[in-house]
Ligand binder design. Structure first.
Ligand code: IPE
Ligand code: IPE
Ligand code: MG
Ligand code: MG
Ligand code: MG
Length: 329
C-alpha cells in the first residue's frame, strides 16, 4: 500500500514478478499498449495547452503586484515545463469519473508549488543552477531577492486558488491539507533539506530512497491523490492513487538522476552532470545505469498494478506512467 515502498530493499526482491510484468502489458481499456501511448501523446499535447491557458489566467494579478515581480513569476511558471504533475491531477480526476475542467484549479496549484520548488532549488544557496526549462534561471535574470519572492508568491497563490475555486468547501479543505503536507517540512521541504545537508549525505540505497520519496515522490503522490479528492472518490480509490503516485514519483526521480548522468542538456533544458560535479549519491552512482533503469521500470510496473482497482478508467494513468519513465527530458 501507500507506505510499503518505504520498506524497499536493494535486492532481487524488487525484480519484476511474473504477475506485475503481465499486468504492465495488459491493456486495461481493451486497446493495445501501443495505441494507448499514441493516444496519450495526443492527449498530453492537448492537456498542456489547457493547463498553460489556465496558469496564464491565474497569474494576471492586480495593480497591487509590482510589475517586476509579476514578470518574474510568469517568466518561470509559464516557461515550457513538461506539466506532468498537473496532467497527472487531471487524468486522476478523470479516472475517478470527474470532468477534468473541475480539477484544473488543483492542477494549477500543484504546478505553482512545483515551479516555486524549482526556482528555490536553482538558487546559489541550493543547487546553484543557471539553466531551467531552456531559459536562464529566475535568479540569474531577476536577481536572488526577486527569485525568492517569486517562490513565496507562487506558494501562496497555489493555496489561494484551492481555497477559492475548489467546491464544495470541504473538498477544498481536503485539497489544502493534502498539498500542504506534501509540500511541507516532512516531505518536499524536508527532502530538500536532507538532500543539501553536507553533514548528513546518504550512504545507502535506503537513505537515498528516503530523500527521493520526500523531495520528489511526495509531490507526485499528492497529484494523483488530489485528482481523487476533487472527484470525491472513495477511500480505497484515493489510497490506490496514492500508492501509484508514490511509486511513480520514486521512478521519476531515478529517471531525473539518469538524465543528469546521461541526458542531453539541450533536450532537457537544464544542465547535465551536476550531480556528479557535486559528488551526490544517486541511483546510477550506486547501482549503475542499467540496474537503475530496471529499478525505475520496476517501480512503474508496481505503480501501474496499484491502480488496477480503478478498472478501465486507469488506462491513461497506466500510459502516463510509461511515458514518465521512458522520457528523455
Ligand atoms: C524536475 O521536475 C525536478 C524534479 C523533481 C526531478 P520536472 O522534470 O518535472 O521539471 P519540469 O516541470 O518539466 O521543468
Ligand atoms: C529537485 O531535485 C527536486 C525538487 C524538489 C525541486 P533535483 O535538484 O535533482 O532537480 P533538478 O535536476 O535540478 O531539476
Ligand atoms: Mg536539488
Ligand atoms: Mg536541482
Ligand atoms: Mg536532478
Amino acid at each position: 500500500m501507500y507506505n510499503e515502498v518505504f520498506g524497499l530493499r536493494p535486492s532481487s526482491s524488487s525484480l519484476p514478478s511474473p504477475s506485475t510484468m503481465a499486468h504492465s502489458t495488459m491493456p486495461l481499456s481493451g486497446r493495445p499498449a501501443a495505441d494507448r501511448s499514441t493516444e496519450l501523446a495526443r492527449q498530453i499535447g492537448e492537456l498542456r495547452q489547457e493547463i498553460d491557458a489556465a496558469l496564464e489566467g491565474h497569474t494576471q494579478f492586480g495593480e497591487g503586484c509590482p510589475r517586476r515581480l509579476r514578470e518574474a513569476i510568469r517568466y518561470s511558471l509559464l516557461a515550457p515545463g513538461k506539466r506532468l504533475r498537473p496532467i497527472l491531477v487531471l487524468l486522476a480526476a478523470e479516472a475517478c469519473g470527474l470532468d477534468r475542467g473541475r480539477a484544473m484549479p488543483a492542477a494549477c496549484a500543484v504546478e505553482m508549488v512545483h515551479a516555486y520548488s524549482l526556482i528555490h532549488d536553482d538558487l546559489p544557496a541550493m543547487d546553484d543552477d543557471d539553466l531551467r526549462r531552456g531559459r536562464e534561471t529566475c535568479h540569474r535574470v531577476f536577481g536572488e531577492d526577486v527569485a525568492i519572492l517569486v517562490g513565496d508568491a507562487l506558494l501562496a497563490r497555489a493555496f489561494e486558488l484551492l481555497a477559492t475555486e475548489i467546491m464544495p468547501a470541504e473538498v477544498a479543505v481536503n485539497c489544502c491539507r493534502a498539498l500542504a503536507q506534501a509540500a511541507g517540512a516532512c516531505q518536499l521541504v524536508g527532502g530538500q533539506a536532507d538532500d543539501l545537508d553536507p553533514e548528513n549525505q546518504p550512504e545507502t540505497l535506503e537513505a537515498l530512497t528516503q530523500i527521493h520519496l520526500r523531495k520528489t515522490a511526495a509531490m507526485i503522490c499528492v497529484c494523483a491523490r488530489l485528482g481523487g479528492i476533487v472527484a470525491q472518490a472513495g477511500e480505497h480509490q484515493i489510497a490506490a492513487l496514492a500508492s501509484y503516485g508514490q511509486k511513480l514519483g520514486l521512478a521519476f526521480q531515478i529517471v531525473d538522476d539518469l538524465l543528469d548522468a546521461q541526458g542531453n542538456e539541450q533536450q532537457m533544458g537544464k544542465r547535465a552532470k551536476k550531480d556528479a560535479d557535486r559528488g551526490k549519491l544517486t541511483f546510477p552512482r550506486l547501482l549503475g545505469i542499467e540496474e537503475s533503469r530496471q529499478r525505475a521500470r520496476q517501480f512503474v510496473r508496481e505503480a501501474q498494478a496499484e491502480i488496477a482497482v480503478l478498472g478501465s478508467g486507469a488506462s491513461s494513468l497506466i500510459a502516463l506512467a510509461d511515458y514518465m519513465v521512458e522520457r528523455d527530458r
